[in-house]
Write a protein that binds this ligand. Structure first.
Ligand code: 7XF
Length: 404
């Protein structure tokens, strides 16, 4: 991996990968709306197709606007290279198609974002890949399960939606000893809060739709890792298998989001810990899972691998799902919507929404409670977020009292 850069994270999120002097002094990188790129002569074109030189051929392979984003993002993740995609699912599928073949095994944590799980169960497994789901928060389970057949160990940390953490360093070490690649979905943290590659992982994937862009106005994905692995992802998974290429306008907007990533993540974390504590002390709230809480079961691990607890809280109310529905419906400012990491606070019910790709039986055995709610804490004033939650909790309490 590349040596750490001398400038700080926030500076690099604004400047890396772009020289305004090469673009008529434009402060922001030009938007290259071009599907194809001309060749000076036939030899240059054939050479580019043979991997010689470093020009652009066609925007499904590379584009100068995306190139700035990719260089900047690789630097932030401490990676040699990065590739951008049309969505987080585009990133995940392009990476996994690149490195897996029939007969290989992928070991994943038992709890994953719903569509990632669906891709493994309904996609990869139909093509002869063995998919094994275990509890990766216990590294000994990986030690027992891993074999010569295992090509990839894949997980999220924190896990969507239940906020469990996976020890990236411990898992990467076991996988490496067996010759398997570790791939971490770093969506919840972004490289500002957590650096999986520095902890030994081989690649990271992201839904850049979330905190990285931060404003709920685009869908995008990113992957980062060694130059060799990223070249394969670009030339096999992206170019030939999924074609899930990011459009330049979204790349441009995503770079705008990256410029404020560090201050947004600090604020998400500061507000989320306050809200998590307030929720914990409310009579209507049965459980709160947030990595910044002192009594969070994996608090030590959170301190070791995360800068702060992030912007997402999982909770369960007294009275189960019926009360949870009343509570969600009573919220005024906080929006009922999937996605996370936006300036706007969002709440959703994983069992019927983001994780409805699991059957009820699968949810039961994959640690996804039917009454779990997921709150993405936005950038509004903490007092206003709490006021909205409090009035909705008061309504839920009244209806519980009436029912009793
Ligand atoms: O393809 P997308 O940009 O929506 O990203 C897929 C994805 C990948 N990894 C993680 C950890 C994710 O959370 C997502 C998308 N999750 C949204 C959510 O959980 O609300 C999707 C809404 S259905």
């Amino acid at each position: 991996m590349k040596k750490p850069s001398r400038q700080g994270f926030s500076t690099r999120a604004i400047h890396t990968g772009y020289n305004d002097r090469e673009a008529k002094g434009a402060l922001n990188p030009p938007l290259y709306l071009s599907s194809t790129f001309t060749f000076k002569n036939t030899r240059e074109g054939s050479g580019l197709f043979a991997g010689e030189g470093d020009g652009h051929i066609y925007s499904r392979i590379s584009n100068p606007t995306l190139e700035v984003l990719e260089k900047r993002f690789a630097d932030l993740e401490g990676a040699e290279a990065a590739v951008s995609f049309a969505s987080g699912m585009g990133a995940i599928t392009s990476v996994l198609w690149t490195f897996l073949s029939a007969g290989d095994e992928i070991i994943t944590d038992k709890t994953l974002y719903g569509c990632t799980y669906a891709f493994l169960q309904h996609g990869l497994s139909r093509f002869g890949v063995k998919v094994s789901c275990i509890d990766l928060s216990d590294p000994e389970q990986l030690r027992a399960a891993i074999s010569q057949q295992t090509k990839i160990v894949y997980f999220e940390s924190p896990v969507n939606p239940n906020m469990k953490l996976v020890d990236i360093e411990a898992i990467s070490k076991i996988a490496r000893e067996q010759g398997a690649l570790t791939i971490v979905d770093n969506t919840y943290c972004t490289p500002y809060l957590q650096q999986p590659l520095a902890l030994g992982a081989d690649m990271v994937v992201h839904s850049a739709t979330k905190f990285l862009s931060g404003h709920g106005d685009l869908i995008a994905g990113l992957a980062a890792g060694s130059a060799e692995n990223m070249l394969r992802v670009r030339m096999e998974g992206l170019k030939d298998m999924t074609g899930a290429v990011l459009d330049p306008l979204s790349a441009h907007q995503l770079m705008r989001g990256l410029k404020t990533l560090s201050i947004r993540m600090d604020r998400h974390g500061e507000t989320a810990i306050k809200i998590a504590r307030q929720l914990q002390s409310h009579l209507m709230v049965k459980n709160v899972w947030y990595p910044g809480l002192d009594d969070f079961a994996q608090n030590d691990l959170a301190e070791r691998q995360m800068r702060n607890g992030g912007g997402v809280i999982a909770l369960e109310l007294v009275g189960g799902f019926d009360q949870a529905t009343r509570f969600m419906d009573a919220l005024c400012m906080i929006k009922r919507a999937v996605s996370l990491g936006d300036a706007d606070s969002l709440i959703q019910h994983p069992a019927s929404m983001t994780h409805s790709t699991y059957t009820p039986e699968e949810r039961a055995s994959h640690d996804i409670s039917e009454s779990l709610l997921r709150l993405s804490v936005g950038l509004e004033d903490a007092d206003d977020i709490w006021k909205d939650l409090e009035q909705a909790l008061a309504g839920a309490k009244q209806s519980l009292v009436r029912a009793a």
